[in-house]
Design a protein around this ligand. Structure first.
Ligand code: NAP
Length: 243
């Protein structure tokens, strides 16, 4: 296809300039990352339900003659946890983190019909603020002590913190909470984090966030081109870059 996808560095006050450039270049679409995922909303009024619920967008695309925003992280996360859909529907889930990624996970988990969420974050106030925005699913905010004593039931644990990005980072999930039936999902990709290591060491299943990365991109590709993405080609391209 006769298109180019390239990285642009954009200052925090340069989004208006970016939007002018995008139109001048006759852009087909764009992705946004930190710190623009929230502020881009001031520049594009047409926004999907997922953008409104998460409060952030990562994809700009054309919807007819109009530019629109989508949050494809929600879709990417649903694809990542697809093998455990029935478990999510029936058992409480432990979610670690309360940043932008955790918010996308919450929207997806709510859509998937999770019965209860145990939410822990280093800064408890942020977990409380996040929980306030989700009224249709019971959210139990965990204290550090509760996490450390693992005095609650859960089958699936999701690491949506950035703890694990650096080599040597500890797991946010204490060893005592790692039980034999536990399934671990880390949003960090391309490396075996301590979170994943400690769950696998216990003989349980754990996956990284590579599939979320691939599927959020695949969804954006579909919105831009109208064509079905070639997931296997995308997977091998990402894997060769990451390794
Ligand atoms: P963010 O908005 O900056 O949030 C960071 C989160 O990590 C917050 O909950 C923060 O807690 C927590 N945190 C940071 N350092 C910590 C530490 N030392 N100990 C405990 N908690 C710590 O970032 P985000 O956008 O949500 O991203 C979070 C992670 O998800 C990143 O690793 C990112 O790479 C990954 N991610 C992956 C995908 C994918 O496609 N696979 C997509 C999006 C994000 P406080 O509130 O206390 O600061």
């Amino acid at each position: 296809m006769n298109h180019r996808y390239f990285a642009l560095e954009c200052g925090v006050n340069e989004l208006e300039k970016f939007m002018r450039l995008f139109r001048d270049l006759n852009g087909l679409g764009a992705n946004f990352t930190v710190p623009h995922k929230e502020s881009i909303r001031e520049h594009v009024p047409t926004q999907s339900g997922a953008v409104e619920k998460v409060g952030a967008a990562n994809t700009l695309h054309w919807s007819g003659d109009e530019l629109a925003l989508e949050n494809t992280d929600v879709y990417g996360f649903k694809k990542l946890v697809d093998p455990w859909r029935s478990l999510i529907k029936s058992e409480p889930v432990l979610l670690l983190g309360a940043g932008g990624a955790a918010r996308a996970c919450l929207v997806a988990l709510e859509d998937l019909g999770v019965p209860e969420i145990h939410l822990w974050n280093r800064t408890r106030e942020k977990a409380e603020a996040l929980a306030d925005d989700f009224s249709s699913v019971p959210i139990n905010i965990l204290s550090d002590r509760s996490l450390e004593s693992a005095d609650f039931e859960f089958q699936l644990a999701i690491n949506a913190t950035s703890l694990g990005l650096e080599e040597g980072d500890p797991s946010p999930l204490p060893e005592v909470a790692v039980h034999p039936e536990l399934i671990g999902v880390d949003l960090i990709y391309g490396r075996e984090t301590q979170f994943i290591r400690s769950i696998r060491k216990n003989g349980s299943e754990a996956t990284d966030g590579m599939n979320m990365l691939i599927h959020q991109a695949a969804r954006a590709w579909k919105l831009w081109t109208g064509r079905e993405p070639q997931i296997d080609a995308m997977k091998s391209a990402v894997k060769s870059k990451v390794s």
